[in-house]
Design a protein around this ligand. Structure first.
Ligand code: HEC
Length: 88
């Protein structure tokens, strides 16, 4: 599923950073927005970040991540987030 949408081109699920940061174990971890505000990586965070990465810029982001709002169905998005949640 994550292969199909190309996520694995830029992300690993094993802990190493690739073109994008690793997605292993990030669910539930705090992050810092570019504005300096702290944010928790919860379900709502991932929804927005995956659909429109540029609308939720983190400190250090290079705005490389494509938007998926026209590509992913709600079902696929929820599946991906559930997967990330279990990726400890
Ligand atoms: C072209 C490369 C690329 C692809 C394809 C891509 N990403 Fe990303 N992703 C990035 C980069 C780079 C970042 C860091 C933000 C930035 O610089 O844009 C990121 C950030 C993220 C984050 C936020 C990480 C954090 O620290 O909270 C999540 C979650 C994420 N991507 C999930 C996905 C998912 C799910 C897919 C597939 C549907 C995907 N990405 C596809 C490059 C990519």
């Amino acid at each position: 599923m994550l292969q199909k949408h190309g996520c694995a081109m830029c992300h690993t699920f094993t802990g190493e950073d690739s073109l994008g940061p690793t997605l292993k174990g990030i669910y539930g971890r705090p992050a810092v927005l570019a504005s300096g505000k702290p944010i928790l990586r919860n379900h709502a965070y991932f929804r927005q970040k995956i659909l429109r990465s540029d609308s939720l810029e983190l400190a250090g982001d290079r705005n490389v991540m494509p938007n998926y709002s026209t590509v992913l169905s709600t079902q696929h998005l929820d599946d991906i987030i559930a997967f990330l949640q279990h990726l400890k």
